[in-house]
Design a protein around this ligand. Structure first.
Ligand code: PHE
Length: 474
């Protein structure tokens, strides 16, 4: 059977933007920001999105479109080595791991949406009276596991529909809906008394805090930057593998990154002024930050119950357009490599993630680990592998792929881009990996940077020893 492709030019952009825009923007971002010192985190995060996330996105696109295969098959076929195939296969594991906590949060959203809808009938949504205790009572346990299964089922249904009739069609509806509703909410929030303090909190740039905290926020900010762009998991390799024509990869990458950052900022422009106008403290940390604070604001607002339905509806759509991109990674591996039918692959993976997600939904400590540290490690390590591959195994072929369809402006960035993904960004990613492992706390930041450089140098030496290709690097 011929491999599926996107049906329209915008289909790919919307699907990839739909993957990027999600709970990362609306739920994980305020959580991580509150946990890592506010504006300092924001600044580092934006820098990493620009300097690492966007070039990384292009690295994944190049691999995917060149190979027209899932991450495992792509790395194996393009290199001719089973070992690279094994490295690519980690993407399938990453997809399952991400889905194991993401659909738990998706379940929370579904529940908040549901109780918001039936709220007027049952005498008010239960979270309105006591936001904190309500979140604590529903976030983990058997009911959380059940709602997680519900979210997972919808995700599976869309992915089962396939690339065109499932993912493309779904994101074509979901992404514009998210945009329109968020813009509507942001313009309404402007009219709320007291909103100004929220804008100030969100947008003020505090250099002193940044300088004091820079070292300790780099690793979590980097993890969050990769997470929000869906980079490092293999999602973007997989989505680009369904590109049938010569699109401009740098152009598409820029549009996707802009859309994602735009939605993140928009969400901030809704959430923070809303909180401040109601005198709610945005600094409550933990994965419940969004739920507790936003529910408190809805409780105090006239018409808050209606607003709640719109808000949780938006978040549910954004979450779905991302969760389908997590499931599609292992689905593509099983379909391409195992010759499975899409239906069987979706069914087996749903059964697996139903199990892993249930374990996560029952265990808050495990949830924190999977959603925080493990996700950061998998995405950082994954992106490192993809970029070393694009930079050194594909090498000049990466440039060729990057330039194809890119036009004069995009092509001008090709060589600097290859240098960035081949040398500079890998050093940065190894540094954040070492930091996550706690090395910088013991030996200091600059020795850790040096250690990262030496490690990357050693790997590059190994990679280039047998390189038969000519060109850019020599
Ligand atoms: N980018 C998505 C979000 O912000 C999460 C995601 C990460 C999706 C990795 C796919 C792969 O919610």
């Amino acid at each position: 059977m011929a491999r599926e492709t996107w049906a329209t030019r915008t289909g790919f952009i919307l699907a990839a933007a739909g993957s990027a825009v999600g709970l990362g923007n609306i739920w994980r971002f305020p959580w991580m920001t509150a946990d890592n010192g506010g504006s300092a985190f924001l600044a580092v995060y934006l820098l990493v999105v620009l300097g690492v996330g966007v070039p990384g996105l292009l690295g994944e696109f190049v691999i995917g479109r060149r190979a027209r295969r899932n991450p495992m098959g792509a790395l194996r076929d393009l290199s001719g080595s089973r070992y690279w195939g094994a490295i690519g296969a980690v993407s399938a594991v990453t997809g399952v791991a991400l889905l194991s906590f993401y659909s738990v949060v998706g379940g929370w959203i579904l529940r908040y949406l549901l109780v918001s809808i039936v709220g007027p009938v049952t005498g008010g949504a239960p979270y309105l009276a006591s936001p904190g205790p309500y979140f604590d009572s529903i976030s983990f346990g058997v009911e959380a596991a059940l709602f997680h299964l519900g979210f997972l089922a919808v995700t599976g249904g869309i992915v089962f529909g396939g690339v065109r009739r499932g993912i493309e069609l779904g994101t074509k509806v979901m992404v514009p809906a998210v945009l329109v509703l968020l813009v509507g909410m942001a313009s309404w929030v402007v009219t709320q008394p007291g909103a100004a303090a929220g804008y100030q909190f969100f947008l003020e740039f505090d250099l002193a805090t940044l300088q004091a905290n820079a070292a300790s926020v780099i690793a979590p900010a980097a993890g969050q930057a990769l997470f929000t762009l869906s980079v490092g998991a293999g999602t973007m390799v997989t989505y680009a593998s369904y590109l049938g024509e010569d699109r401009s990869l740098p152009f598409d990458g820029a549009v996707i990154a802009l859309l994602n950052t735009g939605v993140g900022v928009l969400a901030g422009l809704v959430v923070f002024p809303l909180l401040f106008s109601q005198g709610v403290d945005p600094g409550t940390g933990g994965p419940g930050a969004l739920f507790v604070s936003i529910a408190g604001a809805f409780a105090a607002l006239p018409g808050g119950d209606l607003l709640a339905i719109v808000f949780f509806g938006v978040v549910a759509l954004a979450a779905l357009s991302s969760s389908i991109s997590m499931l599609e990674i292992p689905v593509a591996v099983l379909v391409d490599e195992g010759g499975w039918s899409r239906g069987t692959a979706v069914g087996v993976l749903l059964a697996l993630t139903a199990l892993t997600g249930t374990v996560t939904a029952l265990n808050p400590a495990l949830f924190d680990f999977v959603a925080g540290t493990l996700a950061d490690l998998l995405l950082t390590g994954g992106l490192l592998a993809f970029l070393l591959f694009a930079g050194w195994v594909l090498g000049p072929d990466s440039i060729e792929e990057y330039v194809a369809g890119a036009g004069a402006l995009g092509a001008r960035f090709a060589t600097p881009w290859l240098f960035a993904i081949g040398v500079v960004i890998p050093i940065f990613l190894v540094f954040t990996l070492l930091t996550t492992a706690g090395l910088d706390a013991r030996i200091g930041v600059w020795p850790t940077v040096a250690a990262a450089a030496v490690l990357v140098g050693a790997v590059l030496f190994g990679l280039t020893r047998n390189a038969s290709w000519r060109g850019v690097w020599r």
